[in-house]
Design a binder for this molecule. Structure first.
Ligand SMILES: [Zn+2]
Ligand SMILES: [Zn+2]
Length: 338
């Protein structure tokens, strides 16, 4: 595919889409019903449909018996960890293998023209972004993901949470699944904003931000102080009338779905004429500029509300720089008055 039809490449090889990052059409003005109707299938397919599929696979096929989940056992924890680790290895590994190892589309549609494997850096374990990100994902965040999962299953198995059946409450449960990505954006924005407070950033979130040019393994490369509250979002289902399938939908959207912001490419070419939309641009800009785009893909664009929305354009760049200047001036004034 010709990526220059959709964007432009600068002298350094970095590709920028012509189309700026936009919030979901429900927030765009003037309101257009046609745009909203065109957006709905993209909201559902393929990413959210995939997370629903894996949620069903886990609950209906892969989970141990509910009797055994009613008490904590190391064998259940180990089994669930292995499932998550294999799932992530296959899912993220397939993107890594095709687009970063084989480099099947080279740097077409790639925001940052460089590949992390070509640039060893001291900030990473073994000087390698890939090894560092891989180890942190598999030995820090996925164990915490499994901890949240085991606790969630224990609560359901012991009836600590309201477990509604699909046969009688299918409408409510479908609604819960449909709004879960919107709830995720709000939860993620608040948590993310919090860990950008300088002290928390320094000790916790900076680990994730070491990857300025993120790649698939960067998705869950986190300090445990970030990984645990990040994965704990799935526990919100224990506070409302819900169902394990809905809870797994959230768990997998944040676990497997973290890859969306870290794919590094706007489109992943599948054939000569077809490509998968990555939805990665908005979070890529967060990794590039740090102090913008704390939310997700714009389903609930809180960054618009708080003035931190960066759509990738020069105008957004100017606004960001003006914000930094104001912040610096305020700090200088504060410093002098002290
Ligand atoms: Zn990230
Ligand atoms: Zn951040």
């Amino acid at each position: 595919m010709d990526d220059l039809k959709y964007g432009h490449r600068d002298k350094r090889g970095n590709w920028t889409p012509h189309k700026p990052a936009q919030p979901a059409p429900i927030w765009q003005r003037p309101f257009s019903l046609i745009k909203v109707l065109n957006w709905v299938p993209k909201y559902l397919w393929p990413w959210n449909a995939f997370h629903l599929f894996t949620a069903l696979l886990w609950v209906l096929v892969l989970l141990p018996s509910w009797e055994s989940l009613a008490s904590f056992s190391f064998s259940n924890y180990a089994y669930l960890y292995i499932l998550n680790a294999i799932g992530m290895f296959v899912f993220l590994g397939s993107f890594e293998f095709a687009y970063y190892i084989k480099r099947k589309q080279e740097n077409r549609f790639k925001y940052n023209g460089k590949f992390p494997a070509d640039y060893p850096s001291d900030v990473f374990w073994f000087k390698s972004q890939n090894i560092d990100n891989f180890l942190r994902s598999f030995f820090v965040t996925i164990p915490l993901w499994t901890l949240v999962e085991v606790f969630m299953l224990w609560a359901y198995a012991n009836s600590w949470a309201v477990w509604l059946p699909w046969t009688t409450h299918w409408l409510w449960l479908s609604f819960v699944i449909l709004i879960s990505p919107a709830v995720h954006e709000v939860y993620f924005f608040l948590l993310h904003r919090l860990i950008h407070i300088p002290m928390l950033y320094k000790y916790i979130h900076s680990v994730h931000h070491n990857s300025i040019n993120p790649s698939p393994w960067s998705s869950l490369s986190m300090h445990p102080g970030e990984g645990l509250p990040y994965m704990a979002e799935a526990l919100l289902h224990l506070l409302i009338p819900s169902n394990p399938v809905c809870a797994y939908f959230t768990l997998h959207s944040i676990g497997f779905g973290a890859v969306n912001g870290h794919l590094g490419f706007e489109k992943l070419e599948l054939s000569q004429n077809t490509a998968l939309e990555s939805h990665a641009y908005f979070h890529y800009l967060h990794h590039k500029y740090f102090d913008v785009n704390f939310g997700g893909d714009g389903v609930v664009p809180l960054d618009k509300l708080f003035g931190t929305w960066h759509d990738g354009t020069k105008e957004a760049d100017e606004l960001m720089k003006a914000r930094f200047r104001r912040k610096k001036e305020q700090m200088q004034i504060k410093h002098k008055s002290n």
